[in-house]
Design a protein around this ligand. Structure first.
Ligand code: ACO
Length: 328
């Protein structure tokens, strides 16, 4: 019988804009304070793209770094999958623009719209493609320019988000290391709690513009509650399914939305904060990019090393959520 290949992370990369927007800068834009933002979210600064910069440029830069660290050429990539809700254009897929920028001429390229869970959804797909033998190398990217869909007049949301990109090259593992399992889920009854209504086809553009429905809208308290429950459940589920407990994990990488969501999730899972990767203070919430940025940074800082077990978990609009267990 044909042996099922195990998928593993072969290389990682990240890219962010140069411009940094601090909480002090935000105090000049909306009625807020550094203290309020730090206390409620843990965020201190975030990267914001310049007007001329695009999602595909950052995604391509992160992808090129991941290819370099994996020692794989762009032509070897079979599939490019990008988690994003802020692509360069309405269509075609942002992954197609990335494909052109990096010269991945042999790939099929497409996007996943799963908001902040986009990277974990991408990992689940990559795992399936590699295990089924349909692909050898998959480039999974999470990249968002959330600043472009942020209402800079709404203090309840504009302090939360940032721009950035992260990418991983996924390929077959030679040994036991690799993706142990992935889990994805969604609940379409809760779309209203976090959405952007006015850039689709259900509302005429002129109405959407007049009613300011062209920005991300969120019911923060509800999102908070569901995020903690869903990320806790998705983590517990994947650990239990694979006969593990949080003691078997070397590093926990939750989606970097908000420090309070991260600490509440860790508490629910009984994981001490020294095992939890946190960089939300420097990036804000970069949605689909947050986990691949964190993986790349954690490897660079040697918080994640070869052989380490890592649990990642995400939650976002849809609602969507998911987890991934990997041995690096
Ligand atoms: N600065 C100062 N005051 C503010 C600000 C701000 N930036 N934003 C809101 N306030 C005020 C409100 O107007 C309100 O004032 P009022 O009491 O006079 O009416 C007060 O602060 C409390 O507002 P709440 O919304 O109840 O504040 P809360 O404690 O819930 O914190 C927050 C808000 C930070 C958004 C929180 O609900 C949260 O973290 N939610 C999760 C949202 C999130 O992370 N979403 C990301 C997308 S989903 C994901 O990635 C998981």
């Amino acid at each position: 019988m044909k042996k099922t290949p195990k998928a593993m992370i072969l290389g990682t990369g990240r890219a962010t804009p140069e411009r940094v927007l601090t909480n002090a800068d935000l105090e000049k834009i909306v009625d807020t304070t550094d203290e309020w933002i730090r206390e409620r979210t843990g965020i201190e600064r975030r990267f914001i793209a310049a007007d001329h910069e695009t999602n595909s440029q950052f995604a391509a830069r992160a992808a090129q770094r991941a290819l370099q660290s994996a020692n794989i050429s762009a032509e070897q990539i079979d599939i490019i999958v990008q988690g994003t809700v802020t692509g360069d254009v309405g269509f075609p897929a942002n992954a197609c623009y990335v494909q052109e920028l990096i010269g991945a001429t042999n790939a099929a390229a497409f996007d996943i719209s799963a908001a902040c869970s986009g990277f974990i959804y991408g990992l689940a797909l990559a795992d399936g493609f590699i295990a089924s033998g349909k692909a050898r190398y998959v480039l999974v990217i999470g990249c968002e320019l959330l600043s472009r869909i942020t209402d800079w007049k709404d203090r309840a949301t504009c302090v939360l988000f940032g721009d950035g990109a992260g990418a991983c090259v996924i390929g077959p593992s030679e040994g036991e290391r690799g993706l142990i399992d992935t889990f994805i889920k969604s609940d379409g009854r809760l779309t209203e709690l976090l959405c952007m209504k006015g850039r689709g086809t259900s509302i005429p553009l002129e109405v959407a513009l007049a009613e300011r429905k062209v920005f991300l809208a969120m019911q923060g308290r509800e999102v908070f509650k569901y995020a903690v429950t869903a990320m806790g459940d998705a983590s517990a589920h994947i650990l239990e399914k694979n006969g593990m407990t949080s003691d078997d994990i070397d590093l926990f990488i939750p989606h970097q939305a908000n420090l309070r969501i991260i600490t509440a999730t860790a508490k629910r899972l009984n994981v001490s904060m020294d095992k939890v990767y946190v960089n939300v203070q420097d990036y804000g919430n970069t949605s689909a990019a947050s986990i691949p940025i964190a993986i790349d940074e954690a490897i660079e800082k040697k918080r994640l090393q070869s052989g380490n077990r890592c649990l990642m978990v995400a939650f976002g609009g849809g609602f969507t959520w998911g987890s991934a267990l990997v041995q690096l």
